[in-house]
Design a protein around this ligand. Structure first.
Ligand code: NAP
Length: 491
């Protein structure tokens, strides 16, 4: 009876996880989706805790308390711009936990330290296997395969996520670190590890145990080596990919521990992470392989290359000039980018839009799928500032409107408004869909300098006759604009 109830609870959790993913596909339903996911996780955890195989609660309760405390403290303090770092950090520990569970299971079944662990249930066994004691003993091929994947992917996710965190945090250089033969070396190490795993699966009882340790070490090393050549700003794609590895590792854990809920949630995590990485690559018009092996991007904020070293002329404007253009406009489109996140200008942007709307100006927001540094980055920031969803328009919905718009206000965006992506076949962002902002009557660009954005390429928009560059921190500039617009006359 108890087993049936637990299985039912797992079924409910699985359905809730699926509904959570569905909810996360739109900003309106995002919060509800998160709530359903949390509820599903709560039900799954409670169902696991009442299993009769649980023999001791002390370590579990201690872990729950400590983990919840650290998690709550981190979440309360982390600003939205640091979300990719926070996610990378959590994945690192998810990967580590998975690898450790795998090592514990291997120890139980093959006796890592000389002898097979006692079948008697003790506290350390309980903790090592997520609090569930072994019910069956002896290594078989399926379990060895599952444990191998679990430990290899878990170790890789651990160091890979730490590297991604370091790159985003600036502790490790954000520029791709490359050397000759690097991809061949990484691919060789990957297939070498798979060969070791295949041998262990073929001889689950007799394969030398050093193979298992080498596989763990290879996972740890590959996590570092695979992330080193990837540019800092591609880290969100990498984090999403590592998330999918962590999911697959959890799925393998499910097979090793014979836990259906782990198999289902791991598979959901693995497939959604992979799909998200592919969608992010597609929105940048880059192949998935180019992101992972392409060593794309520079350390951010490099000066734009200039023709023959000479600086090109551009229209530098003051806040007053920009305010005059905005107050004279009847239609304004705001295009936010990564710089809005850096300067935390979203509240000031909302105030500026409100001040313009009060004067009768129609204001819309154009949201690019890869603006910022993570999917939905701009949506989340603008939602935080209470900008209504119906004022946000995605690329397909708004791109034809620019040609009949009086003024476009570009707030810290660069690559997503680079017309070179449409015309310059030599550009690394050639083919990436971009906003047609240059077609508007006037374009006001807010950024701190003439430096490049993520892709490291010059943006010809900044040198066009109808573009005004207002240089400075976006938030400061917008706050000054709000003042001027509120004080200015009507159209
Ligand atoms: P971007 O091309 O990186 O440009 C951002 C601009 O913001 C920079 O040129 C910078 O210029 C400016 N900026 C920085 N701090 C600022 C501040 N305090 N005030 C004003 N301006 C500031 O950003 P984007 O146009 O949003 O494009 C996103 C890029 O990231 C794309 O190339 C995309 O492919 C890539 N990417 C996105 C994702 C994703 O999921 N969203 C994931 C991976 C990669 P200054 O230094 O001169 O101020």
């Amino acid at each position: 009876m108890q087993d049936t109830l637990i299985s039912l609870a797992y079924l409910v959790s699985s359905v809730l996880f699926i509904l959570c993913l569905r909810g996360l596909s739109s900003p309106e339903q995002g919060r509800r989706g998160i709530f359903l996911g949390e509820l599903g996780m709560l039900i799954a955890v409670i169902a696991t805790l009442v299993k009769k195989e649980i023999v001791s609660y002390e370590w579990i309760v201690a872990g729950l308390l400590l983990g919840s405390l650290i998690g709550t403290a981190i979440s309360a303090k982390i600003p939205m711009t640091k979300m990719p770092e926070r996610i990378a950090f959590s994945h690192a520990f998810g990967g580590l936990a998975t690898a450790l569970v795998g090592i514990t299971e291997f120890h139980k079944l093959r006796g890592l330290f000389g002898e097979v662990a006692s079948t008697a249930v003790d506290a350390s066994t309980a903790v090592g296997s997520a609090g569930i004691a072994a019910t069956e003993h002896g290594m078989n091929r399926l379990t060895m395969g599952a444990l191998g994947f679990e430990v290899f992917l878990g170790s890789l996710t651990f160091t890979g996520s730490i590297m991604a965190f370091g790159k985003l945090q600036g502790v490790i250089t954000g520029a791709p670190v490359t050397w000759k033969g690097q991809n061949a070396m990484n691919i060789g190490a990957f297939f070498g590890t798979i060969a070791l795993l295949v041998y262990q699966v073929a001889f689950p009882h007799d394969a030398p145990q050093w193979m298992f340790f080498v596989m763990c070490g290879a996972g740890l090393a590959l996590g570092v080596l695979a992330v080193l050549p990837i540019g800092g700003a591609d880290m969100p794609v990498v984090i999403s990919l590592l998330n999918s590895y962590a999911g697959l590792a959890a799925c393998a854990t499910g097979f090793a521990l014979k836990s259906n809920i782990l198999i289902i949630s791991g598979a959901l995590d693995g497939s959604s992470g992979l799909l998200l990485s592919m969608m992010m690559s597609k929105a940048m018009n880059r192949s998935f392989a180019n992101v992972v092996f392409g060593a794309f991007g520079t350390a951010e904020g490099t000066a734009a290359p200039t023709a023959g070293g000479a600086a090109k002329p551009f229209n530098e404007a003051t806040v007053e000039d920009a305010a005059a253009v905005l107050t004279a406009s009847q239609t304004v489109i705001i295009v936010p980018g990564y710089g809005m996140a850096v300067s935390q200008a979203q509240h000031a942007v909302r105030d500026l839009a409100a001040a313009l709307e009060k004067r009768g100006t129609e204001v819309k927001y154009a949201i690019h799928p890869v603006a910022g540094r993570m999917p939905g980055h701009m949506n989340v920031l603008l939602a935080e500032a209470n900008v209504p969803y119906d004022a946000l328009f995605d690329l397909d919905m708004i791109n034809d409107d620019f040609a009949r718009t009086d003024a476009v206000l570009v707030v810290g965006a660069n690559d997503v408004v680079n017309p070179g992506a449409k015309t310059d076949t030599a550009s690394p962002i050639y083919g990436m869909p971009v906003f047609n902002v240059e077609q508007a009557r006037s374009v006001i660009v807010l950024k701190r300098s003439m430096n490049t954005g993520f892709s490291g390429v010059e943006n010809e928009l900044f040198f066009l006759g109808n573009t005004m560059m207002v240089l400075g921190d976006a938030k400061k500039t917008i706050l000054a604009l709000v003042n001027d617009v509120k004080g200015g006359g009507g159209h």
